[in-house]
Design a protein around this ligand. Structure first.
Ligand code: 13P
Ligand code: SF4
Length: 308
């Protein structure tokens, strides 16, 4: 009880600081519940990039992982972008370097590089266009070439390859959190809940995706469940999504496979971090202009593609 009152006081203090600094608080769908509850806007990688690009606030507090705040800094170069805990990274984003991308280009000359947003700005800068899990198939379809390079997620890459009529060269990266969910764990969950619809994130292994009824980004899952009359869902993605799923659909049931579906990087941001970063306006995420220019082009090309 006293703890709840203390947290409510802290949230008030953070909101006051955000007003004083003209700050917008963005939170990814995998953030801790209290961070999602605090945020002005929650969403998937695509939705948050769009918000960062269009806000007229002076400061963006990005509650997420490093590559997300970096994209915000690239898309909003005149803003102060804060990542409350600078240690929040993404192991998949670290699996590819700009040199690696150049090596792929030499191997497959003429094939455009499509970079999943889960990459560093330096990698985006040497790519042709970005994609997120919400628009990856559309992005690849929009390219005139019949051959493409997809980095860094082999699972997302394989999913895209199954949806487009193009030769896809994949980088062998993966998300350790999604990739380790076993097909067997999903099968057990499906047979225990035969009426449930199974929604899976495209970062999951193809053997998991082949059992899913729908393959969706986190934002896609939230939209789908909101519009569906189905009462029960198996969710194959990080558990943080449960906060919004339950808030928006109190009468529906959500089941996770028997697996520790937690991205510890996403959980690194706490209310204390958010408060401290608004008190000090640190740590700021900046991207050198020579890198930012190329990364911005790749991100803006993606944002120019009309959404379904
Ligand atoms: P979304 O774009 O679907 O939110 O996914 C981001 C991510 O990091 C998934 O692991
Ligand atoms: Fe990266 Fe996976 Fe965490 Fe998403 S869930 S931020 S891809 S480690």
């Amino acid at each position: 009880m006293e703890q709840d009152r203390e947290q409510a006081r802290q949230v008030d203090a953070i909101r006051r600081l955000a007003r004083e600094h003209d700050a917008l608080i963005l939170a990814h769908n995998y953030q801790r519940d209290e961070i999602q509850a605090l945020a002005d806007i929650t969403g998937d990688s695509l939705a948050l990039s769009i918000e960062a690009a269009r806000t007229d606030k002076k400061v963006i507090v990005f509650c997420g992982v490093h590559f997300m705040a970096e994209s915000a800094a690239v898309l909003a170069p005149d803003k102060i972008v804060l990542l409350p805990n600078p240690e929040a990274g993404c192991p998949m984003a670290d699996m590819v370097t700009a040199e690696g991308v150049q090596a792929m280009r030499s191997k497959y000359p003429g094939a455009p590089v499509v970079a999943y947003v889960n990459t560093s700005a330096a990698v985006k800068a040497v790519s042709d266009i970005c994609c997120t899990s919400a628009n990856a198939v559309q992005v690849v379809r929009s390219l005139p070439e019949k051959e493409v390079i997809l980095i860094p997620d082999r699972n997302l890459g394989q999913f895209i390859a199954s949806q487009v009529d193009k030769l896809c060269h994949l980088w062998p990266g993966y998300c350790p959190i999604h990739d380790e969910l076993l097909a067997k764990q999903v099968a057990i969950c499906r047979s225990a809940h035969p009426q449930a619809l199974c929604l899976a994130h495209p970062e999951c292994h193809p053997d998991v995706l082949s059992q899913a009824d729908k393959i969706l980004s986190t934002g896609g899952m939230l939209d789908y469940v909101r519009k569906s009359c189905h009462p029960q869902f198996i969710i194959a993605t990080e558990r943080g999504i449960l906060f919004k799923l339950q808030e928006e659909n109190p009468d529906k049931e959500f089941i996770f496979p028997d697996y520790e579906f937690i991205c510890h990087d996403m959980k690194r941001v706490t209310l204390d971090h958010v408060q401290r970063c608004l008190e000090t306006l640190q740590p700021r995420i900046t991207v050198p202009e020579e890198v930012s220019r190329g990364a911005r082009q790749a991100l803006e090309k993606m944002l120019a593609i009309p959404r379904d």
